[in-house]
Ligand binder design. Structure first.
Ligand SMILES: [Fe+2]
Length: 202
């Protein structure tokens, strides 16, 4: 993410009266497709969405309804990045507030880059989007240079690439470390989870 992003300057988002209100899958995908032209960015957002939902269901044991909020936050977290790079996050947040979306979804999106947006991840949904965002993109970059893509990809090769500063240099190792320091799971476990849950996302 560029350094010119303006911090959001607030810590509360949405209206508590909208708790439980979400966009339908069709509305969310329409928003993504109309705001984002870059296919690779679209895929990144879908991958983060899939990994977030899988984590909510498998690791947090949440209901389908709750896991859908994780999916929605993942799907839309970078919706304004392409068209509004310096106002990244603020534009999508204001759009979701206008559409009366559940405040937890909006807070989660606002928490996906504390160093840039100035919003601290509070709950597990917030913490996991921060953990998954950069690592998901990093693992996909690694898949793209392998002829067999995700097939046979192992955790060790990703760990090695993380220690190679020139590989996917734009991915902040500092953000990855900071995100991981807020949860109790290991880097190896997170990498393994991402590989197995984003490989089939198209
Ligand atoms: Fe992202």
């Amino acid at each position: 993410m560029a350094d010119a992003i303006q911090p959001l300057g607030r810590n509360t988002f949405g209206n508590p009266a909208n708790t439980g209100k979400v966009l339908s899958e069709e509305e969310a995908l329409n928003l993504l497709n109309s705001w984002v032209e870059n296919e690779r960015l679209r895929l990144h957002m879908k991958q983060v969405a899939a990994v977030m939902k899988a984590w909510a269901l498998e690791r947090e044991n949440l209901s389908e309804e709750e896991a859908y909020k994780w999916w929605l936050a993942g799907l839309l977290h970078d919706a304004d990045w392409e068209k509004h790079p310096t106002e990244h996050c603020r534009i999508i947040i204001e759009e979701l507030e206008r559409r009366n979306v559940d405040p937890s979804v909006i807070h989660c999106i606002a928490s996906h880059g504390p160093r840039h947006f100035g919003v601290e991840p509070e709950n597990s949904m917030d913490k996991m989007i921060y953990v998954f965002d950069e690592l998901s993109g990093f693992i996909h970059a690694a898949a793209l240079i392998r002829p067999s893509r995700y097939e046979g990809m192992d955790v060790k090769s990703i760990l090695k690439k993380l220690k190679t500063p020139s590989f996917a240099a734009q991915v902040s190792r500092e953000d990855i470390q900071d995100a991981l320091s807020r949860i109790s799971n290991s880097l190896e476990e997170i990498i393994d989870f991402i590989i197995s849950h984003q490989k089939d996302v198209a």
